[in-house]
Write a protein of this length. Structure first.
Length: 309
């Protein structure tokens, strides 16, 4: 594989994924090569190996820190590498106070992006750009406008509200990740009239999802909440060895529609809390015994199928 030289490696907690993407898009618009989580991983490559290589080889390390960022081990490990290699640029993206930082980062100069909503004129953002520019050899960065709004982000919510939505969905980020405040509720049908009842998906299910040619089995338990809404939990094996062979656990929130469409989010917790929230969209079979469709994290995607047990 050809080694990709990145200008900036972004480290963030999955609960902060939406804010991190805003910053990623702003940097990319300035012509910087940005390593952003799994977007920089080629099919067939091992996740920890590529992360390790990217964080060590990038010219600049941008740590996006929040109160939740250090709950898992990855942001701390990555940030420590950036600090040791003297290429760390750090910013808080919530109201985190300096005394809340891990002791090893007490002497790091940390800028605040808590109120940053993508505007070029934000002083903290301009200081971040100057710091990145010094490390990547781009003294022009702080003066290079990227536009007050990135295309496809014209209706973004304020950052503090997006973080609230992420916490409601369980975070870990974030894509979106930020859909479960009430993402699936349907309005009245055109022309009025009663809607047909949605299927009851409550009970135990087993399934598999495909990623990079590899299939992973998962188990789910759904609870009917009425009006087609359901919640539940899922578990699956640690196929990448990231949590020492434990099983990942995740919370489920979703909606079944009268036409058989099924959508839900799977938000990881516990030892897997650093993983992205996954969005599933599928179709219930005519006999109500199986669902097949696609999953998407905002960076990775694939197919899935599941059956009633």
């Amino acid at each position: 594989m050809t080694e990709t030289a990145y200008d900036v490696f972004i480290s963030y907690a999955r609960v902060d994924a939406d804010e991190a993407r805003t910053i990623r898009d702003k940097l990319a618009a300035l012509g910087l090569r940005v390593f952003f989580d799994t977007e920089g991983i080629d099919t067939g490559e091992e996740f920890p190996v590529i992360i390790d290589r990217a964080v060590k080889s990038a010219k600049c390390f941008l740590g996006l820190w929040s109160r939740r960022a250090f709950d898992g081990r990855w942001v701390r490990i990555e940030s420590r590498i950036g600090l040791d290699q003297k290429k760390l640029v750090a910013a808080t993206i919530d109201a985190m106070r300096p005394e809340e930082l891990p002791a090893e980062f007490y002497n790091v100069n940390v800028e605040s992006l808590a109120a940053f909503d993508g505007e070029d004129s934000h002083e903290g953002w301009r200081r971040i750009l100057r710091a990145i520019g010094k490390r990547v050899g781009r003294s022009d960065l702080a003066n290079a406008p990227t536009g007050e709004k990135i295309a496809d982000q014209g209706r973004r919510l304020p950052a503090h509200k997006k973080r609230i939505y992420a916490l409601v969905s369980g975070g870990a980020a974030a894509l979106l990740t930020l859909l479960v405040l009430n993402p699936f509720r349907l309005g009245p049908r055109a022309g009025g009239g009663e809607s047909a009842a949605a299927a009851d998906l409550s009970g135990a299910w087993s399934g598999t999802y495909s990623e990079a040619g590899r299939e992973t089995r998962f188990d789910l338990e759904f609870r009917n909440m009425g009006d087609g809404r359901f919640t539940g939990h899922a578990s699956e094996p640690d196929i990448y060895g990231l949590i020492n062979g434990q099983r990942y656990s995740a919370e489920i929130s979703g909606q079944a529609r009268a036409n058989g469409a099924v959508s839900f989010t799977k938000t990881y917790g516990g030892a897997g809390g650093f993983l992205r929230t996954v969005r599933y969209d599928g179709q219930l079979s005519a006999d109500g015994a199986s669902v097949s469709g696609t999953w998407d994290t905002g960076a990775l995607h694939g197919s899935f199928q599941m059956q009633r047990r």
